[in-house]
Ligand binder design. Sequence first.
Ligand code: ZN
Length: 222
Amino acid sequence: MCATKLTHDTSHITYDSLLEGNKQFVADTLQEDPLYFEKLANGQTPPVLWIGCADSRVPANQITNTNPGEIFVHRNIANMVIHTDMNMLSVLDYAVNVLKVKHVIVTGHYGCGGVLAAMTHKQFGLIDNWLRHIKDVYRVHSKELNAIEDEGKRGDRLVELNVIENVSNLCKTSIVQNAWQNGQDLHVHGWVYSLATGVISDMNVSANNNSKMDEVFRFEEQ
Ligand code: ZN
C-alpha cells in the first residue's frame, strides 16, 4: 500500500503519475523478490472468485490482505449477480470450470451508492435499468425494510439483503448447480464490508449444495 494517510484530494493522481507509480511498483517489488513477475507470469491458481462492487474504496486484495494471483475478481455496480449478465456468467464459468475455485464470495458494502440510489424515486439515466434489480430486492423485502424508520439503517439492511439475494442468484445458475451435481467442492458466501471500520461481516448464507434452494430453481441431474 502506498499511502498510509488517506486524503479525499485525488488531484495528484494524473495519467502520468499512474505510469510513474507503475515504475515504482516494479522497482519495489523486484527489490523484495527478483523472481516475483517471473513466477506470477507462470499462471494463476486463485482459490477464490470475488464478486464485488465497482466502488473504488472496496479493492478485493487490499481489504483481505491478499496478493495478485490469489483472488479472481469480477466487479460491477452494487455487486450484482444478474441472470442474463454474460460478463458475470463468463467470469463465473471460467472461475468454476477452469480455475476450479473453491469459494465464490459476493461482497457488498455499507453506503453503496448503487443501493442507495435504488431506494430513491429519482431517475439516473441508463443505470436505472441496472438499479431496477435492486428495487426488486426491496420489493421482496419491503415489509421488513419499510418498518425501519432510520433511512441510514434501512439502506444498510438493503445492502445486506442485496448481498443475500445475489448469493441466492449465484446458487441458481446452471454453472454452480452443475458443479455441485458433479461433486465439486464449491462454497458460495455473502459478505458486507464496512467502509467506516474496514471490517467484513459474514451474512451467514454460505452454501455448498442446493438443499435450501426453492424447488422451482433446481435443475435435474444432467
Ligand atoms: Zn457500491
